[in-house]
Design a protein around this ligand. Structure first.
Ligand SMILES: [Zn+2]
Length: 293
């Protein structure tokens, strides 16, 4: 995978690694507020995340706070940094995602607002409450930020068996897909529907997640077409494999030893893979209607 240039721009990025406090897990029940907070965030995969991993009451992250990003800016713009450092690579992917969506929104006569990107370790305060890195990468609609614990990249490879740089790009592109859903108003509509139709809650969540996968595929196609990134067929397969690896059926089979389709919140491996592929094949956001039927 190659980028069109080596410039890494850390604006919009927050580095909160090393300042995450211990989580108050197990210190009393997490009530309905905790559940709501949990439902607000969009994690990458795994519907069986314990809501206790998200604790309400954390103060929202203020823009510009946190660790120093100037160190990151310096380090990531040194020769070879994008290949060498995971964080630099992820920021570069984030840059290319914002470039592609800025252009694509402009082409459609709309304004794009970029999401924030926060690196953290262990736990982090977000606009959705406090979150543990155990939930995996996630997007928080109220503060419009993507949260990543870089430790997840190892997990992606070791636990999920998804290898390669482009698998990592898929993760960021999927979370950025949730940001598009916020910008386009889809997320708000779906959350409202989920409240009025509790019986449809999981099915709606699956549609939302598959659409984020499809949007990630559209990004991949447009980024390749525009020359932002150049990927090989093998690298495209890495993203497809990663999408499949975080399918509900795969995760449940691995963690519970059985599969319960009723509880799916993200879709099966086959569905996630095929929606990413559909996005990539068409390069069209309009092809990502996962809510039909
Ligand atoms: Zn998601």
């Amino acid at each position: 995978m190659q980028f069109d240039d080596d410039t890494v721009d850390v604006s919009g990025v927050q580095d909160r690694r090393g300042i995450g406090g211990p989580l108050a897990i197990g210190g009393g029940g997490v009530g309905i507020v905790g559940l709501l907070v949990y439902l607000l965030v969009s994690v990458l995969g795994g519907g069986s995340v314990d809501p206790g991993q998200l604790v309400p009451g954390g103060s929202p992250v203020q823009g510009g706070g946190g660790g120093s990003t100037s160190d990151l800016q310096t380090r990531c713009n040194a020769a070879g940094a994008i290949e060498r450092y995971d964080d630099c690579y992820l920021v570069k992917v984030y840059n290319e995602i914002n470039e592609v969506w800025t252009d694509e929104f402009a082409r459609r006569g709309a304004d794009y607002r970029r999401p924030g990107l926060t690196f953290f370790t262990q736990a982090v305060d977000t606009g959705c409450g406090q979150a543990s890195s155990q939930v995996g990468p996630f997007y928080c609609p109220p503060d419009e930020r993507i949260y990543l614990d870089i430790g997840f990249l190892d997990q992606l490879q070791q636990q999920f068996g998804a290898e390669g740089r482009y698998a990592q790009a898929y993760v960021v592109a999927h979370e950025a897909g949730h940001h598009l859903q916020t910008l386009l108003g889809t997320e708000g509509k779906v959350r409202a529907l989920q409240q009025s139709r509790p019986d449809q809650q999981n099915a709606l969540s699956v549609s939302l997640e598959l659409q984020a996968d499809c949007y990630a595929g559209v990004w991949s196609r447009l980024a390749d077409e525009r020359g932002n990134v150049t990927i090989t067929d093998a690298e495209l397969d890495q993203a497809l494999d990663a999408a499949a690896a975080v399918g509900d059926d795969r995760i449940q089979a691995r963690t519970q030893g059985r599969v319960d389709p009723e509880s799916f919140t993200h879709g099966t491996a086959a569905q996630r893979k095929s929606w990413f592929q559909k996005g990539h094949t068409t390069g069209d956001l309009g092809a990502c209607n996962t809510f039909r039927g």
